[in-house]
Design a protein around this ligand. Structure first.
Ligand code: A1D88
Length: 733
């Protein structure tokens, strides 16, 4: 497949166009690298060529980077000695980019090279920016929608095609760190201001051509190849540079708790590379990049956070034979926090919204959420007053159910009371079109039960948002027993419209996400009851990559909600209810009125403004700290297994229908240790035999809730992994 082509004009300007057939955006492949390498060789050797322009044939983008599908299997493709195979492959990439950079110039005189410009019509990410960074000048089109940067760290790798070494030498470690360590993406104007690219213009091809035809020898010499080069901000052996590196290291460790291999490797590559000449630094970068590619975390992160996330967003689990169900008019019942957030994200997607509440004041308050959100955007120059008006014009706040006429989707977000919900369902079904889909945003009530109030149970479904709606990326779609395919397709098409990631699960107590997060919180609280040092519980959670410790999480979601869930679960389970020790602590806290952040008192103490201060020292008064504290690994495993075993049980019971959804949903829904790729990926990482053995040990020590699920036991016996057992499509059924 031809991915790069070259033409040379009468003035000797060779234009190399990157245009991968059948892709809406270029991505780099092994074949592409070989092709651009060959064309560069030809252009550099051809006396008729005076200069080169590298650009893309895609409108609005240069490239999305190296093909992440390829990176995910690079290790498997690298032969019997994968570390060597990977290192050699990375060094080949470095050689190509270095060849572009040196452009055939005489190494002694630094003269006689051919100018190479890169033209970016828009988005340029990963190697799609590293390749331009090796050229002599980068011209970008004026395109405020374009994203420019190095997002590799977000999927568990780092810019390993010279981007790390070049950026630090170009702008200094301090200025480079948001791009390298946080994967910050910017539009062309900001990229130019930051020094990532050189020019932004309406006609970048003309500007590049002009530059190529007039460039001087000195214009081709990169700062790091020029005599007397000094790293901006200082190299680590200078006091200022040293402090930058110490600060960056502390910041990275603070943010990642050392569990993300890519962040550590990146810092090492930057530090060690800054001490040595450029070409040696590239080798060091290649060595660290290889170590990251060898680490199972990078494969798991790419799989869950890019490949499978994207597959779910693009309809991997959508019923195939249902026509397009995009939403035109949405009715939202209940203008509280969830209803208001759902209205906001729907209006942002251009959907007409009718927001209903019992009083006009309540409905207006819900709409004002969108207004306030837009005001913040205006203050931060992310939107304009005109766009705000446009957004607000899409939302009708009213008490009149008649306004729901013509809606093709209703999302009910009223009080979590089955009676209230049933009444609303019936009232609303009387006015909406026959074919309208009715969804409940309940987080706790079974969909099949709620659907009993509906005259059209096949059109009844759960669409469960997480709070705050505008920030949380996951939407959990719940199929009740009677839910039909059109309702599932409608929910999926709607989630795609609002640009969130869906998972589809079968109905069961707490569905999937809450079902897994509750055992995590409960395990933390149970440890408090046992006298485990609360700081040990919270830190153990952070050290395995959970964004919030279980005690902080219950403070955020509120302790009275925890108590309410505990009462309802106990009522439903009767004697089989396993969490009495947890209730002891939860009800005690509830009686004390320490309900979490909202009362500025919970497992943590808060100041007047609600800022978290530290763990509440009164806890030890009733739940004395035991003299003997458990091993850190035991605490960590209790917290991880509590969630992961629940995910396995959800899979066994058919609540989860696809293991991709189990992993993606866990990371996006409740922040399950992203470095691991999700709970099922984590179990794959530690291996089923070890996981089963740990289950037995934890069961003997702490109780039956750690009993190894049959599925995991069977996998252990057969030496299987989840992704191995469930195959390419990863479908559980
Ligand atoms: C050593 C070097 C390492 C690297 O370079 S690692 C890769 C670093 N790059 C990334 O992490 C970026 C990943 N891609 C994205 O985040 C998004 O995509 C974009 C922001 C680039 C674009 O988003 P949007 O405008 O919403 O378009 P869309 O539909 O997501 O993407 C257009 C098509 O491009 C494919 N794509 C983009 N980047 C990559 C990539 N890096 N690897 C594989 N595919 C990619 C998508 O899948 C899709 O494809 P289809 O048109 O077939 O649906």
């Amino acid at each position: 497949m031809t991915e790069f082509t070259m033409t040379t004009d009468a003035d000797g300007v060779a234009t190399i166009i990157w245009d991968v057939p059948g892709k809406s955006m270029n991505v780099m492949s092994y074949e592409g690298l070989a092709q651009v390498d060959k064309l560069m060789d030809e252009a550099l050797a051809d006396d008729a060529v005076k200069g080169i322009i590298l650009t893309s044939g895609k409108e609005g983008s240069f490239a999305g980077g190296m093909d992440l599908n390829l990176i995910a299997k690079m290790k498997a493709d690298a032969g019997d000695n994968p570390a060597k195979g990977l290192f050699d492959g990375v060094m080949d990439m470095h050689r190509l980019l270095r060849k572009i950079e040196l452009a055939g110039m005489d190494p002694k005189t630094q003269k006689g090279g051919k100018p190479i410009a890169c033209v970016l019509p828009g988005t340029a990410l990963g190697i799609g920016l590293e390749l331009p960074l090796s050229c002599h000048r980068i011209f970008a089109a004026t395109n405020s929608k374009a994203k420019i940067g190095l997002p590799e760290i977000m999927v568990g790798i780092f810019p390993g095609a010279g981007g790390t070494t070049r950026l630090v030498r170009k702008m200094g470690a301090m200025a480079a760190s948001p791009f390298l360590l946080e994967g910050k993406l910017v539009d062309p104007a900001k990229a130019k201001a930051a020094g990532l690219i050189d020019e932004v213009t309406d006609d970048p091809m003309a500007a590049a051509r002009d530059w190529v035809l007039n460039a001087k020898d000195a214009d081709l010499v990169k700062p790091w190849d020029a005599k007397g080069y000094k790293m901006p901000g200082g190299a680590p052996y200078h006091p200022a540079g040293f402090m930058t590196f110490v600060g960056a290291s502390a910041m990275v460790n603070g943010k990642t708790q050392g569990v993300y291999p890519a962040a550590k490797a990146l810092l090492s590559a930057v530090y060690e590379g800054a001490l040595v000449p450029f070409d040696t630094a590239l080798k060091i970068e290649a060595r660290w990049f290889t170590s990251v590619l060898m680490n199972p975390s990078s494969e798991a992160m790419i799989r869950s956070l890019f490949i499978n996330k994207e597959a779910l967003e693009k309809g991997a689990v959508r019923p195939a034979d249902v026509a397009d169900q995009r939403v035109k008019k949405l009715g939202v019942l209940g203008a509280g926090m969830m209803g208001a957030g759902i209205s906001l994200v729907s209006a942002q997607a251009g959907i007409e919204v009718v927001l209903i509440d019992q009083t006009q004041e309540a409905a207006d308050r819900g709409k004002s959420y969108t207004s306030d959100f837009a005001d913040k955007g205006i203050a931060r120059k992310k939107t304009t007053p005109e766009k705000k008006e446009q957004l607000l014009s899409l939302i009708t706040a009213t008490t009149d159910l008649g306004a729901l006429k013509g809606c093709d989707l209703i999302i009910e977000a009223v009080f979590e009371d089955p009676k209230v919900k049933a009444e609303m369902t019936q009232k609303v079904e009387a006015v909406i079109p026959e074919d309208c889909i009715f969804a409940s945003n309940t987080s706790t009530l079974p969909i099949t039960e709620l659907a009993k109030a509906s005259a059209r149970p096949e059109q009844f479904i759960g669409i469960h948002f997480f709070s705050p709606v505008e920030k949380m990326l996951l939407v959990e779609i719940i199929k009740g027993k009677g839910t039909g395919d059109r309702a599932v397709a409608k929910a999926l098409d709607y989630v795609r419209q609002i640009r969130k990631t869906p998972i589809v699960v079968n109905d069961a107590r707490f569905f999937y996400a809450n079902r897994c997060i509750i055992p995590y919180i409960n395990e933390g609280i149970r440890m408090v009851a046992e006298g485990v040092e609360p700081a040990l519980i919270e830190n153990a959670a952070k050290l395995v990559g959970m964004p919030l410790g279980p005690l902080q999480l219950v403070d955020e979601t509120s302790i009275d909600l925890g108590a309410k869930i505990a009462r309802a679960t106990k009522a439903a389970m009767g004697d089989a209810y396993p969490d009495a020790a947890v209730d002891d602590v939860i009800f005690w806290m509830e009686n004390l009125g320490r309900l979490g952040r909202k009362t500025k008192a919970g497992f943590y103490s808060y100041d007047e403004k609600g800022k978290r201060e530290g763990l509440w020292d009164g806890l030890g008064g009733s739940y004395a700290i035991a003299e003997e504290q458990p091993e850190l690994t035991d605490v960590q495993h209790r917290l991880l297994f509590a969630q992961s075993l629940e995910a396995v049980r959800a899979l066994e019971e058919g609540v989860l229908m696809d293991i991709r959804e189990g992993d993606v949903g866990a990371i996006l829904g409740w922040g399950f240790a992203p470095w691991s790729g999700g709970p099922l990926s984590w179990l794959d990482m530690i291996g089923a035999p070890y996981a089963a053995e740990r289950c037995d040990q934890l069961t003997a020590k702490y109780g039956d809730r750690f009993t190894c699920p049959d599925l995991l036991r069977d996998m252990a016996a057969k030496g299987q992994s989840f992704y191995g057992r469930f195959g390419e499509t990863a479908a559980a059924a």
